[in-house]
Ligand binder design. Structure first.
Ligand code: KG4
Ligand code: ZN
Length: 345
C-alpha cells in the first residue's frame, strides 16, 4: 500500500511516497523561500501560483526516483489544512484530480497532525502515549497524544506563535527571511547573559505561551541602543539574538516540562519548524532526560514542512480515504476535531 503525500499549506511544495511495509520510498521538496525573501514574508498569491507550477514536474520526478508507475500508488493524501487557503486549494485540487484520474481514493490530512506524527518516520520512533510540543510558524501547542486521532490541546499561544517570534525578532535585527534559522545561527556566537529579556508567563499556572511582549521588548531594546549602532555592531546583534532566543526557548522548555510532569508523560515529542532549533532540542533533552524521560524529534528536514509527513499520515489514515470527489481545503482546523481512523479491515 503506497501513498503519495502532497504538502502545499504554505511556501514549500513537498511530495513523498510512503509504503506501509517498506517505509519512505522517495521525497521531493521545493522551497519558495527565495521567491518571498524580497517581500520579507510569504505572499499568499505568489505561493499558490508557484505550487501550481511545481506540482506536476515534482510528481513525475518523484515517481521516477521511486521507479513506480501511477498504477502502483494506492491512495493520494494531500494537506487539507490549516494553512493559506489559496495554497491549500492548489494542492487539494491537484491531489484530488490525480486520485480521480488514477482511480484511487484521496484523503485530506491535517497539517499539524502530520507534524506531530513526523517522528514516526524515524527508526527510533516514540510509542503512544506522548506529549507533543508542536512549534511552527503558525502554531505553538502542547498536545496530549493518546493515539492517532486522540488529541487534547493542553496549551497554545495567546498571541504570536514561536516561529513567528523567531521571524519577527530576526526582522528587527535586520536578518533576512525566513528568520528563525538566521537568528539561531547569529545567536550561536552571542552571550545570552548580556541582555535580560522577559520570560513570558514565567511562574504563571497553565501551559499557554505568549511571545508578543518579548517581541516588543526586543524592538524597544534595539531602539534604546540605537538602530544604527545595532546595525554596525555584529557582537551586539549576536548578544541580542542569544538573549532573545534563550527567552523563547526557556519559555517553551519550562511549559513542556511542567505539562509532562502534571500529565505523567515520560515521552516528549518536539515537532514543527521551530523543532529544528538546536538550543531547544538540547535544553529539552538535558532537562527532560535528567528526570528519566525520553525526548524524540524527527530529523531537521522533517521538522519543517515536507511531503513525507503527509504521506505517512495518509498511510496511517488510509481507512479515511474516500472515492468521493470532495476537495477539502480549510484555512482553520483544530486538531481536537480529529477522530481516530476506523480500524482497517
Ligand atoms: O513547520 P514550518 O516549516 O511551517 C509552518 O507550518 O509554519 O515552520 C516554519 C517556522 C518559521 O517560523 C521558521 O523561522 C521556524 O519554523 N524555524 C526555526 C528554525 N528553523 C525553522 N526557528 C528557530 N530555529 C530554527 N533552527
Ligand atoms: Zn508546518
Amino acid at each position: 500500500m503506497t501513498v503519495l503525500g502532497i504538502e502545499t499549506s504554505c511556501d514549500e511544495t513537498g511530495l513523498a511516497l510512503y509504503d506501509r511495509d517498506r517505509g519512505l520510498l522517495a521525497q521531493r521538496l521545493f522551497s519558495q523561500a527565495d521567491l518571498h525573501a524580497v517581500y520579507g514574508g510569504v505572499v499568499p498569491e505568489l505561493a499558490s501560483r508557484d505550487h501550481l507550477k511545481r506540482l506536476a514536474p515534482l510528481t513525475r520526478a518523484l515517481l521516477a526516483e521511486a521507479a513506480l508507475t501511477p498504477a502502483e500508488v494506492s491512495a493520494v493524501a494531500y494537506t487539507g489544512g490549516p494553512g493559506l487557503l489559496g495554497a491549500l486549494l492548489v494542492g487539494a485540487a491537484f491531489g484530488r484530480s490525480l486520485a480521480y484520474g488514477w482511480g484511487v481514493p484521496a484523503l485530506a490530512v491535517h497539517h499539524m497532525e502530520a507534524h506531530l506524527l513526523a517522528p514516526l518516520l524515524e527508526d527510533d520512533a516514540p510509542e503512544f502515549p506522548f506529549l507533543a510540543l508542536l512549534v511552527s510558524g503558525g502554531h505553538s501547542m502542547l498536545v496530549d497524544v493518546a493515539a492517532v486521532g486522540r488529541y487534547r490541546i493542553l496549551g497554545s499561544t495567546l498571541d504570536d506563535a514561536a516561529g513567528e517570534a523567531f521571524d519577527k525578532g530576526a526582522k528587527t535585527l535586520g536578518l533576512g527571511y525566513p528568520g528563525g534559522p538566521a537568528l539561531a545561527r547569529l545567536a550561536e556566537a552571542g552571550d545570552d547573559q548580556r541582555f535580560d529579556f522577559p520570560r513570558p508567563l514565567s511562574g504563571k499556572p497553565g501551559y499557554d505561551f505568549s511571545f508578543s511582549g518579548l517581541k516588543t521588548a526586543l524592538i524597544v531594546r534595539v531602539r534604546d541602543l540605537g538602530v544604527d549602532r545595532v546595525a554596525r555592531d555584529a557582537t551586539l546583534r549576536a548578544d541580542l539574538a542569544a538573549g532573545y532566543q534563550a527567552a523563547i526557548v526557556g519559555s517553551l522548555v519550562d511549559r513542556s516540562l511542567r505539562a509532562a510532569r502534571d500529565h505523567k508523560h515520560s515521552r516528549l515529542v518536539i515537532a514543527g519548524g521551530v523543532g529544528a532549533n538546536q538550543l531547544l532540542r538540547s535544553e529539552l533533552r538535558n532537562r527532560f532526560e535528567a528526570d528519566g524521560g525520553r525526548v524524540y524529534y524527527p530529523r531537521i528536514a522533517f521538522c519543517t514542512d515536507n511531503g513525507a509527513m503527509i504521506a505517512l499520515t495518509g498511510a496511517l489514515r488510509l481507512a479515511d480515504a474516500s472515492e468521493h470527489p470532495d476537495i477539502v481545503a480549510r484555512a482553520r482546523w483544530s486538531l481536537e476535531e480529529l477522530e481516530p481512523p476506523p480500524a482497517l479491515s
